[in-house]
Design a protein around this ligand. Structure first.
Ligand code: ZN
Length: 102
């Protein structure tokens, strides 16, 4: 028989139960009747920021991430090296930074 994970809607208890696919869900260990099946096939770790680095991240997501991160990286460099130095390095760093002053 397949095994299912359930969470109680009333008290939040998580428990396992073995029963047939078409059988009704069992009550929670504390006696509450309203429980819902937990979907365990989706690893929760993939729901965090790390998902952006996974192979499943789309190019759009990566681009957005880069657009978000690159100004921070640039600011770090400016803090460390100074604006003038970073401006000189701009071309060689090949960062997709828009310069609106053109
Ligand atoms: Zn319960």
């Amino acid at each position: 028989m397949p095994r299912y994970d359930y969470e109680c809607d009333t008290c939040g208890a998580v428990f396992e139960a073995r029963h047939g696919f078409d059988d009704p869900p069992p009550p929670c260990p504390n006696g509450h009747a309203t429980v819902h099946k937990l979907i365990t096939s989706v690893p929760r770790v993939l729901l965090g920021p790390a998902a952006l680095a996974s192979k499943n991240a789309s190019k759009e997501e990566l681009r957005d991430k880069w657009a978000e991160e690159s100004p921070k990286l640039r600011k770090k460099l400016v803090d460390k090296l100074g604006e003038e130095k970073v401006a000189q390095m701009g071309g060689t760093l090949n960062m997709p930074i828009r310069n609106d002053k053109t």
